[in-house]
Design a protein around this ligand. Structure first.
Ligand SMILES: Nc1ncnc2c1ncn2[C@@H]1O[C@H](COP(=O)(O)OP(=O)(O)OP(=O)(O)O)[C@@H](O)[C@H]1O
Length: 266
């Protein structure tokens, strides 16, 4: 469980990225954070993994405040919390397998991984996870030879290989076309349901947020302005969060294609 208590973050130039955020993220939830550009979605998700450091308040992971308790090293935190980025952050010239094995870094240490000395169990785990996102046939392909959607699936396999308790995804579909966006979201949702891994995703497409989230958190100007079950969200909720009418650009579309996608994945 993750708890933010009066969490605030002021960037060095004085910009308030987060203002008194109070949320509790429960085990196995699938949460989507929505809000306009600049609302603080990335700042919040990056705070949860300490990629940025909140300037006041408490951030409790399994009951321990990781902002004050130095016993919990960053490495330990990052073993528990896996991250997926918009641009997947794969090493372009490394093979798919090597990229996925990087998920074991927190367990093996840097030197064995530099020497490619991963135990066989790690390799088997990496292969299983590539199979879960249906990309095991690209095992020996260089990451930069894959499409954007394939690269994002490899980054999902990498995060799974880390065996995290929580997956954070910062705009994971922003660079993808509608069918590929749905494919990636379906994989994230399937993993959340099957493995019970808590998942927090930043999205700016409201139709996707409603389709995949169990719970939606709306942000504006660094503050939480909505927090509730996705089933209770309406167009006017989004208009309140965005402070304006909903536009076509706020929708990803592609739902007809998604029905086929879901059938393939189920
Ligand atoms: N390193 C930084 N230094 C100063 N200000 C920053 C920094 N990173 C983000 N900000 C500011 O903090 C606020 C929140 O930004 P953040 O990136 O968290 O928003 P966002 O909702 O994720 O937006 P987007 O969807 O465009 O990524 C914005 O005003 C942004 O300009």
């Amino acid at each position: 469980m993750i708890e933010c208590r009066d969490l605030s973050l002021v960037y060095p130039d004085g910009t308030e990225g987060l203002k008194n955020v109070n949320i509790t993220i429960n085990e196995a939830e699938f949460i989507v954070i929505v809000g306009l550009s600049g609302a603080g979605k990335s700042t919040l998700i990056r705070s949860l993994n300490r990629l940025v450091t909140p300037t006041s308040g408490g951030l409790y992971i399994d009951g321990e405040n990781v902002l004050v308790n130095k016993r919990i090293s960053l490495r330990k935190l990052r073993k528990k919390v896996g991250m997926i980025f918009q641009h997947h952050n794969l090493v372009p010239r490394h093979t798919v397998m090597k990229n996925v094995l990087a998920g074991r870094l927190g367990y093996t240490g840097t030197l064995p991984s530099l020497l490619n000395l991963f135990p066989n169990e790690d390799r088997a785990l990496a292969y299983e996870n590539l199979k879960r996102v249906s990309i095991e046939d690209k095992l020996y392909t260089r990451a930069d030879q894959l499409s954007g959607g394939q690269q994002q699936r490899v980054s999902i396999a990498r995060v799974l290989t880390q065996q995290p308790k929580v997956i954070l995804a910062d705009e994971p579909v922003a660079s993808l076309d509608p069918p590929t966006s749905h494919q990636v979201m379906n994989y994230l949702k399937k993993i959340n349901k099957e493995d019970g891994i808590t998942t927090v995703v930043n999205l700016h497409f409201i139709d996707m947020a409603m389709e995949y989230a169990d719970r939606i958190i709306g942000m504006r100007a660094g503050e939480i302005v909505y927090d509730g079950p996705a089933g209770e969200v309406t167009e006017s909720t989004f208009e309140d969060i965005y402070g304006r009418k909903i536009k076509d650009d706020d929708l990803r579309g592609g739902h007809d294609i998604n029905e086929r996608n879901k059938a393939i994945l189920s």
